[in-house]
Design a protein around this ligand. Structure first.
Ligand code: SF4
Length: 287
């Protein structure tokens, strides 16, 4: 997938530090491109919100509220009511306001919510409220890991479930399963609970993927987390990060300030580089 890897020196703040805790998305971002991780977590630049992000957030909110309701209230009518209650409210937030009139995105959310009822019967899902959007914080191989699990159920089978909006994963399904496998490892280490199955529910694609947990995959996910952490510690010590030039660069929010992509780009972290990102419409977490 990666066409070439270039080591890029950056102008790091003297007090720059790595995030104290590591999430799955941080790990995945670092694996995708170290320089992108630098822009995001060391530079503090926020990737702009997108219609896809708004769709995912609103759908997750509606489904969480649906599963917090008593079983007899988990009907399609109630789900649509929840969508009318939470959708407009969330679309008023500064991040999602640009998508307030995006009818295609709104139709995608409605499809996702409706499809849930064809993929499973919400009245048959037994779930404890504390197992919805459940936070995990645990040491994995010396790394302070944290994650939030969409749903954990125990119906004879202990299962970690994650909902996805958007397209079918197709041949990339194993990449998508990495996250719930890491959560299964975190469950074992934090709660001494054996997760038997991981599940991904692709709401728009109308697909459910379930796999038995695999000790080998779980252990390798824990090892990858440790490799990511030690790699980023090495990078911050050297003030240099690996830019992985690849197809996904076309969608990277930092491409105009990336020296691997644009030979005229200033050294990342300098005022000139920051100005390019500002001109591209990006903001920092502190702004
Ligand atoms: S444009 Fe490509 S190489 Fe540059 S930061 Fe983004 S993903 Fe990395």
């Amino acid at each position: 997938m990666t066409d070439k890897v270039l080591r890029i020196d950056v102008d790091q703040r003297p007090n720059a530090s790595l995030p104290r805790r590591v999430s799955y998305s941080q790990m995945a971002l670092y694996q995708q491109c170290g320089l992108k991780f630098y822009f995001s977590y060391l530079g503090g630049w926020r990737e702009p919100p997108s219609a896809a992000l708004a769709c995912g957030s609103i759908t997750h909110e509606v489904i969480e509220h649906l599963y917090r309701a008593p079983i007899e209230e988990r009907t399609m009518d109630r789900a649509i009511e929840l969508l009318r209650e939470h959708g407009p409210r969330m679309l008023k937030s500064s991040d999602y306001k640009p998508y307030e009139n995006d009818n295609a995105m709104k139709a995608q959310i409605r499809d996702a919510v409706e499809n849930l009822f064809t993929l499973e019967n919400p009245q048959e899902v037994v779930v404890q409220p504390e197992h919805l959007e459940m936070e995990l914080t645990v040491d994995i191989n010396g790394v302070n890991f944290f994650g939030k699990v969409d749903r954990f159920t125990q119906d004879g089978v202990n299962r970690v479930t994650d909902y996805k909006t958007g397209k079918s994963p197709g041949r990339f399904i194993d990449d998508k399963l990495a996250q719930p496998y890491l959560y299964a490892l975190a469950f074992k280490l934090q709660h001494d609970i054996d997760v038997h199955e991981v599940e991904l529910i692709f709401l728009n694609a109308k697909e459910v993927v379930r796999r038995p947990t695999d000790q080998g995959i779980m252990i390798s996910m824990g090892e990858k987390l440790a490799v990511m952490r030690s790699g980023s510690e090495h990078d911050i010590a050297e003030s240099a990060w690996d830019a992985k030039v690849q197809r996904l660069c076309d969608y990277c929010a930092f491409q105009e300030a990336c020296p691997a992509r644009n030979v005229l780009a200033a050294k990342p972290g300098t005022p000139e580089s920051d100005e390019v990102l500002r001109q591209a419409g990006l903001t920092t977490r502190n702004s």
